[in-house]
Design a protein around this ligand. Sequence first.
Ligand code: ADP
Ligand code: ADP
Ligand code: ZN
Length: 214
Amino acid sequence: MKIVMLGAPGAGKGTQAAMIAEKYGIPHISTGDIFRFNIKNGTELGKEAKTYMDEGKLVPDELTVRILLDRVSKDDCREGYVLDGFPRTIPQAEVLDGKLREMQDGIDFALDIEVPDEHIVSRMSGRRACLNCGATYHVRYAAPKQEGVCDACGGRLVLRDDDKPETVQKRLEVYHDQTQPLIEYYAGKGVLKKVDGTQELHKVFADIVKILEG
Ligand code: ADP
Ligand code: ADP
Ligand code: ZN
């Protein structure tokens, strides 16, 4: 099963992708997490990506596509995967489709998690991320057992540099401009499914499971 998560920054893609990955035993692949691990480890890739991320801009397609194709060609991806935060532009989607077509394959579901912009800023300011394992929490809606500590790995939780309100606003603009057209793109391929992302997160997940198990 190959799944793409669509939706604005903060819509809940990562939260839902992690639950899908666990339930169906497929890898959760987040390009944002890959960039953040690289930033944390001080790699060249991380240094380049950070300049764009801190401004709320997209990392260039060429670099992002290279990293994603490399990741999905690993052995653990043979049975499928859930992509979170990729594709974010039409050219990225076209490269992925081209690659899948070579293997007589394609995306099975593009799940669009719908959340209006007004909800996003408050969600983001309460988001806390574990830079060690990628797990995401929310101070009110999905609090860790112990404040500031990751339930999954014991890592320290941080407010991401790009979750400041000014940067979130910029990311929303970029989303509407460059990423939202993917909704039409996947609708045209007959794989788009919409989910109401304003519901409580377990309810959102129940709706997703219904779609996947149709
Ligand atoms: P969110 O989950 O809040 O939408 P992500 O972790 O997916 O955030 O992405 C954080 C940042 O990483 C983006 O604002 C962008 O700069 C960069 N990024 C992640 N994925 C991509 C991608 N597919 N293409 C370009 N930039 C990306
Ligand atoms: P994305 O990957 O789309 O940027 P996240 O999954 O990181 O979004 O979610 C953004 C923030 O909102 C996180 O702090 C997360 O814990 C919280 N969150 C996710 N889903 C919900 C929901 N259905 N209701 C309330 N808060 C949510
Ligand atoms: Zn962790």
